[in-house]
Design a protein around this ligand. Structure first.
Ligand code: ADP
Ligand code: ZN
Ligand code: ZN
Length: 694
């Protein structure tokens, strides 16, 4: 038998080593590496993760493990090792990395529950607070500190409780509760051994016809069913089932069900396509490596619409046929219901979806299905790189250049790099796909760390859109006033809308006006905490800090010199929407930005209506540039193409080029030719000039 006397446990706290605990005999048979464990830490009880077992302890004395809340390890050896690597590479504790590898709903919260040991209650002196605690526990049995505090009054009880524990009067036991629990539904099942003779059934039919009808349905059709559906069918109350249960004819039981997220977020064809030559050679390179069970990273660089997704789909199919499982990472998944729909259409129920747009219950259920091996593919955003799948053979990182793969808080991991590391640990292939690869991934193909595969043509008949640049310096000079919509862009929009085609307009700044200025003294309304200018939001009429979300009322006078009126400078999506409403009187115009898409499924709703052509012009921030495939879009306009170039960020030019190229890729995906109009004050800048040649 493997050693299991002592367990090394790491905690989700910035502690750079593991802690040793004695495994009590009662837990010997269950303890395993990768399990969660309840352990004492100082005065508290914490949930940690068992990372090792041994038969001796380096330190003494050691405290004992309190409990193991699960039957099974929640981490496989691969995830344990992956998180150990994360802790070293990104400088955090191993326990912190493990903690972020499970969705929040799966985490346990531990509380202590106190019970009285009445035999120990002898004569003695007690403080008033101690007496109250004893009385409360005597009346109500086991209570947590919170429950006690609530009953006695809002007081801190920890000292009182500890004193009573030390005197042997109280007993404390840890209680693990999960934030979310499994959902169950009542099922009813026929008791096969108890089927009564015909005469008795006839008697039942006479005395209790409803009961008989329900019973005969179970007897002659499916013998096990959800109770509610059965009752509804016969218009019978649940008490009918209870009555049948009392007769011993049926049993009712709780059946665990999964909360499945909305699978109808979009529709996609399940049809497998015949790969074109470029796709085929990319496919061959990937499947050969898969068959050899070798670790390799590929960079699949393919222009927008070149059919990268089809390459992913068929590579995954190959991996599944080899008995291996798959992970697909997509950026901010809630923005791309179409992508998810394509994978669901091809692989149906073999797929689980993990992202922050799901409710906690849904996430918990999707995660458990992967953990139990009931699905073979996980599609998700950043944290899906930790999906609890075994035997992963392929990991796809779509739009690998996307900044949402980088986590901004501890552990500050980059999911693309973690994906590569996970692939390495399980001899899998990792495909990084993008039309505009990151500099890092590009460079890795030059040093031989990764293999470059390229798709240079669009997969369908659609040609790449023509991109033209409007020099706004000239335009302003010619028009004689600052304008937002150049004559050329407005004209192009008129033509498309009249032809019944759709237009996407990008302005990567939300709100109405990005700052409010006093024309007399130059004062600008700024956030008191962040020192950045406050953005004016016309809907609701307030000023908003886009860093910390602080709000204030719109000032009527200058804060400094009390001058009015103040000027609302610059333009955000609300302002452009406003202008469009007045310019295109007969068009259906919608705005898509963080303000119009809050709430579950906010994005999907707008995208669905756009796909159904219930919207003519969609104006929005960068979220409209990503991955969508709308064949009726023939024009993409960018109001302020150089908006991102001024950011104090060494990636400013790279991200500007990526955003503009992605946005341009939305035009002309159907049979009609597309056009892209970029308005800019810096037409000569390389990040803008190179968008023309895709
Ligand atoms: P990307 O992911 O590179 O932007 P997609 O995978 O979305 O490109 O493909 C763009 C379009 O081309 C989709 O409508 C897809 O169905 C189609 N397509 C992809 N591969 C093929 C193929 N081999 N034959 C025909 N159509 C294809
Ligand atoms: Zn002023
Ligand atoms: Zn602020």
């Amino acid at each position: 038998m493997a050693p299991r006397e002592f367990a090394a446990v790491v905690l989700p706290r910035p502690i750079d080593h593991s802690l040793t605990y004695r495994v009590p005999a009662s837990l010997f048979s269950r303890v395993a590496v990768g399990m969660r464990a309840l352990v004492p830490l100082g005065k508290r009880v914490e949930t940690g993760y068992v990372i090792g077992l041994s038969d001796h302890a380096e330190v003494s004395p050691v405290k004992s493990l309190l409990d193991l809340p699960d039957d099974q390890p929640i981490f496989s050896p691969v995830i344990l090792e992956l998180c150990r690597w994360i802790s070293e590479y990104y400088c955090c504790a191993w326990g912190e990395a493990l903690h972020c590898a499970v969705p929040p709903g799966v985490h346990t919260q531990t509380k202590l529950r106190y019970t009285l040991i009445p035999e120990q209650l002898g004569p003695g002196r007690f403080s008033e607070r101690q007496r109250k605690v004893i009385a409360e526990l005597y009346k109500r049995g086991a209570l947590s500190e919170g429950q006690l505090a609530k009953a006695i009054g809002p007081v801190a009880l920890s000292n009182t409780l500890r004193a009573l524990i030390n005197r042997g009067i109280l007993h404390a036991e840890p209680l693990a509760t999960s934030g979310v629990s499994a959902k169950t539904e009542t099922y009813v099942r026929l008791v096969e051994e108890k089927v009564p003779p015909v005469s008795e059934l006839e008697a039942l039919q006479r005395r209790a016809p409803k009961q008989a009808a329900v019973y005969l349905d179970l007897l002659h059709a499916v013998p096990e069913r959800p109770a509610s559906a059965l009752c509804e069918k016969h218009q019978a109350p649940m008490t009918i089932l209870r009555a049948l249960e009392t007769r011993g004819l049926v049993t009712c039981f709780a059946h665990e069900i999964y909360r499945r997220p909305d699978a109808h977020a979009g529709h996609a064809s399940a049809e497998k396509l015949v790969l074109n030559q470029e796709q085929q050679s990319a496919h061959n390179a990937v499947t050969q490596t898969l068959t050899q069970q070798r670790f390799q990273t590929f960079l699949l660089k393919g222009i927008t619409g070149s059919g990268k997704t089809e390459v992913y789909l068929q590579a995954i199919e190959h991996a599944l046929a080899l008995g291996r499982n798959a992970i697909i990472l997509v950026p901010e998944i809630s923005l791309t219901p179409q992508t998810v729909a394509r994978f669901q259409a091809r692989f149906q129920n073999a797929i689980a979806v993990l992202h922050s747009g799901l409710s906690a219950g849904e996430r918990y259920d999707e995660w458990r299905q992967a953990h139990r091996g009931q699905v073979r593919i996980v599609v998700g955003a950043r944290s899906a790189v930790f999906a609890p799948l075994s035997n992963v053979g392929i990991i796809v990182v779509d739009e690998e250049h996307d900044t949402s793969y980088k986590q901004a808080e501890t552990p500050r991991y980059h999911a693309r790099d973690v994906a590569i590391m996970r692939a390495k640990l399980c001899n899998a292939v990792c495909i990084l796909g993008s039309a505009t690869p990151s500099i890092e991934s590009s460079y890795n193909t030059e040093t031989g760390k990764s293999v470059r595969l390229e798709l240079r043509r669009r997969a369908t008949e659609a040609r790449l859109p023509e991109v033209c640049i409007v020099d706004m310096r000239k335009e302003t000079a010619e028009v004689g006033a600052p304008i937002l919509l150049s004559r050329q862009l407005e004209q192009e929009m008129q033509w498309r809308v009249q032809a019944g085609e759709q237009v996407i307009l990008l302005l990567n700044r939300r709100g109405y006006a990005p700052f409010v200025l006093c024309p007399q003294c130059g004062w600008v309304a700024t956030c008191r905490d962040c020192q950045v200018s406050l953005t004016y939001h016309a809907t609701g009429a307030y000023l908003n800090c886009h860093y910390c979300n602080a709000r204030r009322e719109v000032p009527q006078l200058c804060d400094e010199c009390h001058f009015n009126p103040l000027l609302f400078m610059g333009a955000g999506t609300q302002k452009i929407e406003d202008i469009l409403q007045r310019t295109f009187l007969h068009s259906r115009i919608e705005r898509m930005d963080a303000d119009t898409t809050s709430g579950k499924g906010g994005h999907a709703k707008i995208l669905r209506r756009f796909a159904a052509q219930e919207i003519d012009i969609l104006v929005g921030t960068q979220m409209i540039a990503k991955g969508h495939d709308f064949p009726a879009v023939t024009l993409v306009g960018v109001i302020d193409a150089d908006i991102g170039l001024a950011f104090p960020d060494f990636r400013a030019a790279e991200t500007t080029f990526q955003l503009l190229t992605q946005a341009a890729g939305r035009a002309g995906r159907g049979d009609r030719a597309g056009k892209v109009v970029l308005q800019t004050f810096r037409p000569q800048h390389y990040a803008i000039a190179h968008v023309v040649g895709h």
